[in-house]
Ligand binder design. Structure first.
Ligand code: SF4
Ligand code: ZN
Ligand code: ZN
Length: 313
């Protein structure tokens, strides 16, 4: 197995590119793919400040590393979600990476600052854990980016994530989600720009990137992920990809190029109807935003503790 660029021994094969790469040329490919996505979708301009949503997993740490390598002023934001040992360990990886690069990591702990954690909040609000978690993350990343004067929030969604979400949204024809499934969402009143610079890179490449760059990351799955439908969609797409390399790429980028535009009308209608939350000022369609309602229900609720395998105790 030889590198496509230099013919030296390769360390990774990428079937959708029908090519193998040595360490140096693989790392260059990753940087080039991020730079290409940033340019193609006008995600970031030189000199802009970007806040990276850091979970301690491979994607977000690779993303942070890649943006720093590409010369962006990129700070990290880690949210302490309070999901047992998983969160404690994830925070350790995020801090270690920041320290190794001399990068700035902002930390927000849900329990310390808002009086709840994800398992407790989910039960108190009768939401699925990923729903309470996603709501908390969206709100707090938006808030940190606006408060900190960042130009954009970057998340580590990769091609596998985006293809799986698209698969689910198409399977059930969720028009409103299809309208928002873009690699860039422009800033608007109260919301920062959101960008996904890893959309041209897959999950396996991100794991390889971290290993080759010596980045240690949380390898465990979140113990609350079990009910997450996207995992099944990923498995289904992996089977298709194994027989038809490049299928995920064609599915996702074909959607962006040919279909995404058709779902956008819904966004414009929704945008016109937003008020300011009377408690926190965040944009919301109701008087009190969903995050403030979650905090109200969750704060003071009996804490739910969670084991490594997700067993509620
Ligand atoms: S799997 Fe669900 S609960 Fe766990 S971090 Fe992701 S969104 Fe949050
Ligand atoms: Zn090479
Ligand atoms: Zn609010």
């Amino acid at each position: 197995m030889k590198c496509r660029a230099c013919r030296e021994p390769a360390v990774i094969d990428i079937r959708r590119h029908n090519a193998n790469f040595c360490r140096e040329h693989f790392l260059r490919l990753c940087r080039d793919q991020v730079a290409k996505a940033v340019k193609e979708f006008d995600m970031l301009r030189p000199g802009e400040r970007v806040l990276v949503a850091v979970s301690g997993g491979k994607d977000s740490l690779a993303l942070w590393d890649l943006l720093l390598e590409l010369g962006y002023e990129a700070d990290g934001l880690y949210l302490g979600l309070g999901i047992g040992d998983y969160s404690d360990e994830s925070g350790t990886y995020a801090r270690a990476f920041a320290a190794s690069r001399g990068a700035r990591l902002i930390e927000v702990d849900l329990r310390e600052e808002y009086g709840y954690d994800v398992p407790t909040g989910a039960r108190a609000a009768r939401r699925a854990p990923c729903s309470a978690c996603g709501l908390s993350k969206r709100h707090l990343f938006d808030k940190a980016a606006i408060d900190g004067g960042y130009d954009a929030v970057a998340t580590g969604h990769n091609l596998d994530d985006e293809a799986a979400v698209l698969f689910g949204n198409v399977l059930h024809w969720h028009d409103e989600y299809l309208a928002r499934q873009l690699p860039v969402l422009a800033a608007r009143d109260g919301f920062p720009r959101k960008v996904k610079p890893l959309v041209r890179l897959g999950e396996r490449e991100m794991a390889a990137y971290c290993v080759l760059r010596g980045i240690e990351y949380q390898v465990e799955e979140c113990p609350m992920a079990e009910g997450n439908r996207h995992l099944h969609y990923k498995e289904a797409l992996n089977q298709i990809e194994a027989r038809s390399p490049g299928a995920k790429h064609d599915f996702y980028f074909g959607f962006l190029a040919r279909a995404s535009e058709r779902f956008r009308d819904g966004i414009a209608e929704e945008q016109g109807a937003l008020l300011s939350c009377e408690r926190c000022g965040a944009p919301t369609p109701s008087e009190v935003c969903a995050f403030c309602r979650l905090v109200e229900k969750a704060a003071g609720a009996q804490p739910v503790t969670i084991g490594r395998r997700g067993a509620h105790r």
